[in-house]
Design a protein. Structure first.
Length: 151
C-alpha cells in the first residue's frame, strides 16, 4: 500500500497544493488551510475627491476668463500679456488640490483660450471690447470669491 501511495503523493505534490488537498480530502484526512500568499504591494488608492467648494463654479468661470485674457491680451500686445498664464498657474497651485480638480481648472482655462484662438487672428475692436468685458467680469468674480470665502 505504501508503494502505491508514494507516486500518487509525489505527483500530487508536484502538481501543486490543490491536488494534495483533494487527495487528503479523499482519504478523509484533515485539511490544513494553506497560508495565503501576500498580494504584491499595490499603490494606495487615490484620496477620495473632496466635495466641491462653494465657490467652484465662480472659480471655473474665472479660470475660463483668464484663459481668454491670456490669448486676447497677447493678441492685442498688451503690456500684461505674460501675467495671465502666471495667474492661472498660481490658481492651479493653490486650488488644484486633486488631479480631477486641476484638470477641471486647466480645462476651463483652455476653453477660454481656444475659444478666442479659433476666432481671432488680429486684434480687432471687438477683441478689445471682449478684453474689457472679461477684465470687468474677472475683477468682480475675484473680489466676490475673496470677499465671501476669504483669500
Amino acid at each position: 500500500m505504501i508503494r502505491r501511495l508514494g507516486p500518487i503523493l509525489l505527483s500530487a505534490l508536484l502538481a501543486g497544493a490543490p491536488a494534495a488537498t483533494a487527495l487528503a480530502q479523499q482519504r478523509g484526512a484533515p485539511v490544513r488551510p494553506q497560508p495565503q500568499q501576500k498580494a504584491p504591494d499595490k499603490e494606495p488608492p487615490p484620496p477620495a475627491e473632496p466635495p466641491p467648494a462653494p465657490y467652484d463654479r465662480d472659480l471655473l468661470r474665472l479660470s475660463e476668463i483668464i484663459g481668454a485674457l491670456a490669448f486676447l491680451r497677447g493678441l492685442c500686445e498688451a503690456g500684461d500679456a505674460a501675467e495671465w498664464p502666471t495667474r492661472m498657474k498660481s490658481i492651479l497651485e493653490s486650488e488644484g488640490v486633486t488631479p480631477n480638480r486641476r484638470d477641471r481648472l486647466a480645462g476651463a482655462y483652455n476653453r477660454g483660450y481656444r475659444g478666442y484662438a479659433l476666432t481671432y487672428r488680429v486684434c480687432t475692436p471687438s477683441a478689445a471690447e471682449a478684453t474689457n468685458r472679461y477684465l470687468g467680469e474677472g475683477e468682480r468674480l475675484s473680489h466676490g470669491i475673496a470677499g465671501r470665502f476669504g483669500g
